[in-house]
Design a protein around this ligand. Structure first.
Ligand code: VG1
Ligand code: CO
Length: 543
């Protein structure tokens, strides 16, 4: 078979963000655009000749053409074997699990996660290393540098691989194994959770859940695990992955998972509601008429981990991203273990997990996970909750109320201003930075600013430094406002404002978070001049 060595020219802006390179589909469809990025990944790697690559995506528009191209490029570049999901499908956590199980050299995930799909939507590509986790910043920086000077890429001239059936074929010297997308992942889940007990709970007929796959990748996983293995029959919706996710945002939150929210706040609501995102790494957890913030969810999983077979030997530590609330910190303190604070993005958890310093990790953006893989894992979190519910035999709301009574409640909310002009967003951030010296000591009603800074993080394992990871304004008493610009969007900028206050008094725990945080919300706007800079008088999404 013939290996072509084609000449090409660099594209601007192939810089990976919080989680890989994400662009509109039309951008990816330009001749050589995908190829340049893939060749830049391969050229950044060392020692992959003859090794195994894992490949799959969330099924969005352009998934299969991209897979066919990458297979031919992997063969031309000398990989020995590619494990590719049937139909080109693999969830992000499944890719991570498969890399680890088969000791692959790395993996490529095709996804723009929670961003909309379809021919007018977004596409994305991400490289994961041999621990199963996202490439660290040092590597994504090197890949980006390479895209700016690239002049050639290698590809084999060959027929497309049939992805519809599992089985083994060959492209040039390289073996292609089309594997079942779900089996390895399901086996891993079964090793962590008490499937017998969860199955009993469903079979008793007294417990119901509603799971919404949002027409994205988790559909086949949920069917195989929740329905076939655990007997959650008739409790799943939107489980067929569609190229455009049925026209929606596959983002599990109160705004975009409205169908599910309507069920969970309706009459005869089931005891548990859950949804996951485009690539299956996020989760939203709801009880009957009850929303669990992702920050609280992490804290509850940590406090109840001893009830779950895979975690009963205890937690080494917990890690959370900086904007995530301090609820998990309180659990860590009670358990006598460390809690680490990292920048936003799962790539910062990898070193801590590899070093055995933490067992559970979480982000406020509906991401929770553990040392079982090196990505956040949506269905894993749902199974963790099911296992806790099966053991405790209480409602989600009861579990949260008892949790707050014991640890106190961290009221929390995030305001997103999507699609604002990038210049305006940058001016807003820089104006805030300009005030750092003047802010401490300033009072707003009952609130006095204690500190303001740009969060920077030094990795305790490899010493790498990541700066400007979000502006923090801390108040006396522990309340906090954080301002950050998103690194996953493809149009304009998204300003995220994270709000948090702590309440120890249990008689005040039933307040609505928006009411409890009302003062802080106003202060955030005054401080940053959100309306003045962006012209927006309200956020696009509140979570
Ligand atoms: C967002 C979230 C972040 C998450 C990232 C990837 O990033 O805030 O917590 O890790 O998405 O999630 P940003 O830069 O837009 O705030 V996913 O589900 O896209 O892989
Ligand atoms: Co995702």
């Amino acid at each position: 078979m013939h290996i072509q060595n084609l000449s090409t020219q660099p594209f601007d802006g192939q810089k990976p963000g919080t989680s890989g390179l994400r662009k509109q589909v039309q951008v990816f469809q330009q001749a050589h655009y995908l190829e340049n990025f893939v060749q830049s990944i391969f050229d950044t790697l060392e020692g992959y000749q003859g090794q195994t690559l894992v490949l799959g995506g969330d099924g969005r528009f352009y998934n299969v053409p991209a897979i066919q191209t990458i297979l031919k490029m992997a063969a031309a570049n000398g990989f020995g074997r590619v494990l590719v999901g049937q139909q080109g499908l693999l969830s992000t956590p499944a890719v991570s699990a498969i890399i680890r199980k088969y000791k692959a050299f790395g993996g490529i995930v095709l996804s723009a996660s929670h961003n909309p799909g379809g021919s007018d939507g977004d596409f994305g590509i991400k490289y994961n290393i041999d621990n199963g986790g996202p490439a660290p910043e040092k590597m994504t920086d090197a890949i980006y540098a390479h895209t700016q000077t690239i002049s050639r890429y290698k590809i084999v001239e060959a027929a497309d691989v049939d992805l519809t059936q599992t089985g083994t074929t060959q492209i040039a010297e390289m073996k292609v194994e089309v594997i079942d997308a779900v089996d390895d992942y399901a086996e891993l889940m079964e090793s962590l959770f008490d499937f017998g007990r969860i199955q009993q709970m469903f079979k008793s007929g007294a417990f119901r859940m509603q799971f919404d796959a949002m027409h994205a990748i988790t559909g086949p996983y949920a069917k195989a695990i929740l329905e076939d293995r655990l007997h959650a029959v008739g409790m799943l919706q939107n489980c067929v992955p569609l190229e455009d996710f049925g026209g929606g945002h596959p983002d599990p939150n109160l705004t975009y998972a409205k169908d599910l929210v309507d069920v969970m706040y309706g009459s005869h609501a089931p005891q548990l509601g859950a949804a996951s995102d485009g690539d299956g790494d996020r989760n939203m957890i709801l009880g009957s008429h009850f929303f669990v913030t992702p920050s609280d969810s992490l804290a509850v999983l940590a406090a109840n981990a001893h009830l779950v077979p895979g975690y009963k030997q205890g937690l080494a530590g917990i890690a959370r991203s900086m904007p995530t609330s301090g609820a998990a910190d309180r659990v860590a303190e009670a358990l006598g273990i460390d809690c680490y604070e990292t920048p936003t993005g799962w790539k910062f958890f990898g070193n801590l997990l590899d070093a055995g310093k933490v067992t559970l990790c979480g982000e406020e953006s509906f991401g929770t996970g553990s040392h079982h893989v090196r990505e956040k894992d949506g269905l894993w979190a749902v199974l963790f909750w099911l296992n806790i519910l099966a053991v405790r035999q209480q409602s989600v709301a009861q579990i949260l109320r008892e949790h707050w009574a014991r640890f106190g409640r961290n009221f929390y909310s995030r305001y997103d201003y999507e699609g604002v002009p990038a210049d305006a967003a940058n001016v807003l951030m820089d104006t805030l930075r300009g005030q750092f010296d003047a802010l401490p000591g300033r009072r707003f009603g009952d609130h006095e600013i204690e500190f303001s800074d740009d969060f920077s993080y030094t990795d305790s394992i490899d010493g790498s430094l990541s700066e400007k990871q979000g502006i923090r304004i801390g108040f006396v008493g522990g309340s906090r406002v954080v301002f950050r610009l998103s690194g996953t969007g493809t149009a304009g900028a998204t300003l995220r404002v994270y709000l948090e206050s702590f309440e120890a008094d249990a008689s005040k725990h039933d307040q609505d978070a928006q009411v409890a945080l009302a003062d802080l919300i106003k202060i955030a706007d005054d401080l940053a001049g959100i309306q003045r800079h962006t012209g927006r008088d309200k956020p696009t999404v509140i979570t």
